[in-house]
Design a binder for this molecule. Structure first.
Ligand SMILES: [Fe+2]
Ligand SMILES: [Fe+2]
Length: 247
């Protein structure tokens, strides 16, 4: 089963990471889901795939009343991000899904009625959880053409979707402890899955201006403190989206 761990808490404001299922089938990529709670309201990002829905649901249930999850946020369209949508809607048909406007006619193939979807314009927008505000930060072409991250100024936390992802052994901890050895597990992923150096540099410039204590990717481990700036610098310098000769 996955485990739910509180990674930020101040008053009624909380981020809970759902991660690391030791019983996960090896052919399914490992994912992190995050539940943001404020004043009893909650939004879940990225909810994950159909295959892992029972593990995510059980892990959240152990710490939070799942019937209070009123919305999900999909950073992009991938199956590991949002293919569980129909199962969440089966549990609660009132759940709304925030997503890029670009995917608003594609993601309904995973389920949902017309009024399920709340499209986000390219420039982003603020989302409310209870009395708190989160910013949907544009991250287009990293790696999806319609892609958003979530910034929480109160928690100084950036949910960064596939940016920052690392393919780690199942026994790895939730936080990066040795940046140099960790980043070796991230390099191949970023070179292949990030398609645009121009978009990458724009993102690095934008997020460098934000105060970020925790950078939380959808796969792998969370960057804390100084490792956040180290990651942004590393990513800025990495050449991505290049076809490589087989020779
Ligand atoms: Fe993805
Ligand atoms: Fe992913």
């Amino acid at each position: 089963m996955k485990k739910a761990q509180t990674i930020f808490e101040q008053g009624s404001h909380r981020w809970i990471a759902i991660s690391r299922d030791p019983e996960r089938a090896g052919h399914v990529i490992d994912t992190n889901e995050y539940l943001i709670v404020h004043d009893g309201d909650a939004i879940l990002t990225d909810p994950g795939g159909t295959e892992i829905f029972p593990a995510v649901f059980a892990a959240i249930s152990a710490t939070f009343d799942t019937s209070r999850i009123s919305r999900v946020f999909a950073s992009h369209q991938d199956p590991d991000v949002i293919s569980s949508l129909a199962l969440w809607l089966h549990f609660n048909p009132q759940i709304k899904c925030h997503l890029s406007w670009l995917w608003q006619t594609f993601i309904p193939h995973f389920g949902g009625a017309e009024d399920t979807f709340c499209p986000i314009p390219d420039e982003g927008r603020m989302l409310h959880v209870g009395g708190a505000e989160l910013a949907a930060v544009p991250a287009h072409y990293l790696h999806s053409s319609g892609n958003f991250h979530l910034y929480d100024p109160e928690a100084r936390l950036l949910f960064s979707g596939d940016v920052g992802a690392a393919l780690l052994p199942a026994t790895s901890g939730l936080f990066v402890t040795d940046f140099d050895s960790h980043i070796r597990h991230a390099e191949g992923f970023h070179r292949r899955w990030m398609g645009s150096n121009e978009a990458k540099l724009a993102w690095c410039e934008h997020v460098s201006a934000l105060q970020i204590e925790l950078l939380c990717p959808q796969h792998g481990a969370i960057y804390r403190g100084k490792d956040v700036a180290r990651f942004i610098q590393w990513f800025a310098e990495l050449e991505v989206g290049k076809l490589r000769s087989a020779a």
